[in-house]
Design a protein around this ligand. Structure first.
Ligand code: HEC
Ligand code: HEC
Length: 158
């Protein structure tokens, strides 16, 4: 009788261990989808994957690496802290996204194209201005229109 009870206990224990291992390996195979923590401009419905994809595009359009806009982790400077706003370029980038969005919605979208003319329909992207550089250009390529005022667009320090 006593040995039977012991056997039962052993079996129960073994089952518990196996279940625990199964649960653990399951959660290893199925990592929870990564959560976004500090999103202010992208739509609330955006997934981690979509944001990550947009980030790769920023990198190419501006010719920079992730650390151009993102700050390192406080206790591990070799890792990036993506949700942190400690790098001021990130806030500039937020305004750039708002600006680009507004240009498209307010001005580009209302352009009337001739019927059947789909070849040249495009939207403003970061690359429209940046062309692979963090600052689009260092000096005006041509004289700015007089109405804008030459002073405002003159190269800094001249
Ligand atoms: C031009 C600047 C810029 C570059 C370069 C950039 N990011 Fe971002 N990133 C941002 C901005 C701005 C946000 C916040 C967007 C918002 O508030 O809606 C952000 C948000 C994120 C988030 C979401 C963090 C969270 O949970 O709130 C991740 C992840 C991320 N970036 C990863 C990357 C990776 C990986 C790279 C390099 C491939 C990269 N970023 C390059 C500007 C940048
Ligand atoms: C209409 C043109 C235009 C578009 C579109 C545009 N930018 Fe910019 N961006 C500029 C100009 C001009 C500057 C430089 C301003 C300055 O510092 O004098 C700039 C500066 C920046 C800077 C700061 C660079 C630095 O080193 O200080 C970041 C970051 C940036 N843009 C990100 C973006 C991102 C991301 C997008 C797309 C979502 C974007 N920009 C779209 C014109 C544009």
């Amino acid at each position: 009788m006593k040995t039977l009870k012991n056997k039962k206990t052993t079996l129960l224990l073994a089952l518990t261990v196996i279940t625990a291992l199964l649960v653990q390996s399951f959660s290893f195979q199925q990592p929870q989808p990564k959560k976004l923590k500090n999103i202010k401009v992208f739509p609330a419905t955006a997934t981690y994957q979509e944001v990550d994809h947009a980030m790769d595009q920023f990198k190419v359009d501006l010719g920079v690496k992730c650390n151009y806009c993102h700050a390192p982790e406080k206790d591990n400077p070799r890792k990036m802290d993506m949700p942190s706003d400690a790098n001021p370029k990130k806030e500039i980038a937020r305004d750039m996204i708002r600006m680009t969005d507004e240009m498209n919605k307010k001005y580009i979208a209302s352009i009337k194209h001739a019927e059947g003319d789909t070849t040249n329909i495009q939207l403003v992207t970061c690359n429209t201005c940046h062309r692979g550089a963090p600052k689009p250009f260092s000096k005006p390529l041509q004289a700015p229109p007089p109405s804008i005022g030459a002073k405002m667009l003159a190269p800094v320090g001249k």
